[in-house]
Design a protein around this ligand. Structure first.
Ligand code: NAD
Ligand code: COI
Length: 331
């Protein structure tokens, strides 16, 4: 049996080595290149392909992979929003993702960013770097004084709630499908509008499916408290970034942290040092004291990377054996 993997990064190689050592009977080959219509042929002869990428899995890409006989595709990440499922269905693809590799990685990052915004670490660090060691005016706010609104109480949102409880914050939450345990705790509000009206800070943990496109927009921002703090580590398309920038300009939004951006493909995980960003919005946001931009690194921990590699390769083997792994995507 042979597995071919695309887009293998150096930081994934130790986890891949561990997996190969535990599965010596499986032949593994890989490339650093991403899966595209042009690179699909590299998987010829393999039983399954393993991929991680932010590029779309277009009809053309899936057709090129199917043309070399590979219709088992195991993603090393959660998000499946970049797959052309109509094409995948027609071509009879088996697809898996890694829905739970380490919710803590993403939840922790979001709450670290929220704490940083509240304690104004960005302007304080900049002052210290200039050798200005005065306190004022960089006064912070305490987490326990905040009502934090969590939108989406799935795997990651629930870990974020536990972290917030540790800080002593008041948590309110909204989910289309409430979790029984959290419901029993009385954490849920009945509508997004209620959450917008009550929350001092709002953090998002819902998927970037089409119905959630621009969930945060000019109308929803208008319903939020003045001076609200926003955190988005979920998906870029959940926010109308122009509306967020307007909110920052007017002061309606006091602080903002983003790990994901609607137009992040080609921008994030690239080195722009000494070069101009192709997107002036990012340059503007990065320059602001009250905005934290990270390039889709919430997931990026050693534990998460190990789980992403191990679980995706296990699923690729299961597909190749004609089995349905527990993490197969039902579509
Ligand atoms: P999950 O599927 O476990 O939970 C999502 C929850 O959102 C579900 O409970 C669902 O009922 C709820 N939901 C969906 N649409 C909603 C809406 N309009 N209003 C209210 N609730 C809604 O997902 P998860 O694993 O917790 O992932 C959360 C987000 O984090 C996703 O957007 C995912 O793509 C993103 N993510 C980001 C990174 C990163 O590195 N930045 C890494 C992994 C996942
Ligand atoms: C995901 O797993 O969906 C992420 O957002 C992380 C990244 C590797 C795409």
């Amino acid at each position: 049996m042979k597995i071919f993997a695309y887009g293998i990064r150096d930081d994934e190689k130790p986890s891949l080595k561990d997996w190969e050592a535990a599965n010596p009977e499986i032949e593994v080959d890989y490339t650093q290149e991403l899966l595209t219509p042009e690179t699909a042929k590299l998987a010829a002869g393999a039983d399954s392909a393993v991929v991680y990428q932010q590029l779309d899995y277009t009809r053309e890409t899936l057709e090129a992979l199917a043309a070399v006989g590979v219709t088992n595709l195991s993603l090393r990440n959660v998000g499946t929003d970049n797959i052309d499922f109509d094409a995948a269905r027609e071509l009879k693809f088996n697809i898996s993702n890694v829905p739970v590799y380490s919710p803590n990685a993403i939840a922790e990052h979001s709450m670290i960013q929220l704490s940083r915004l509240l304690r104004r670490t960005k302007p304080m660090d900049e002052k210290v770097a200039r050798h200005d060691l005065r306190w004022a005016p960089t006064i912070g706010r305490e987490m326990r004084m905040q009502t934090v609104g969590i939108i989406g109480t799935g795997h990651i949102g629930r870990v974020a709630i536990n972290i917030l409880k540790g800080f002593g914050a008041k948590v309110i939450a909204y989910d289309k499908y409430p979790n029984a345990e959290l419901q029993a705790e009385g954490l849920y509000v009945d509508s997004l509008d209620e959450l917008f009206a009550q929350a001092d800070a709002i953090s998002l943990y819902v998927p970037g499916v089409p119905e959630n496109q621009h969930l945060i927009n000019a109308d929803s921002i208008a319903k939020m408290k003045d001076g609200v703090v926003l955190v988005n580590v979920a998906r870029g398309n959940l926010m109308d970034l122009d509306a967020v920038i307007d909110g920052l300009n007017s002061g309606k939004i006091a602080d903002f942290a983003m790990d994901v951006y609607e137009n992040e493909v080609g921008l994030f995980n690239n080195d722009w040092e000494g070069k101009e960003f192709p997107d002036p919005k990012i340059a503007d946001l990065i320059a602001r004291d009250n905005v934290l931009v990270t390039p889709h690194i919430a997931f990026y921990t050693t534990k998460a990377v190990q789980e992403m590699v191990h679980q995706s390769f296990d699923a690729a083997v299961a597909f190749a054996k004609g089995e349905t792994p527990a993490i197969a995507v039902k579509y």
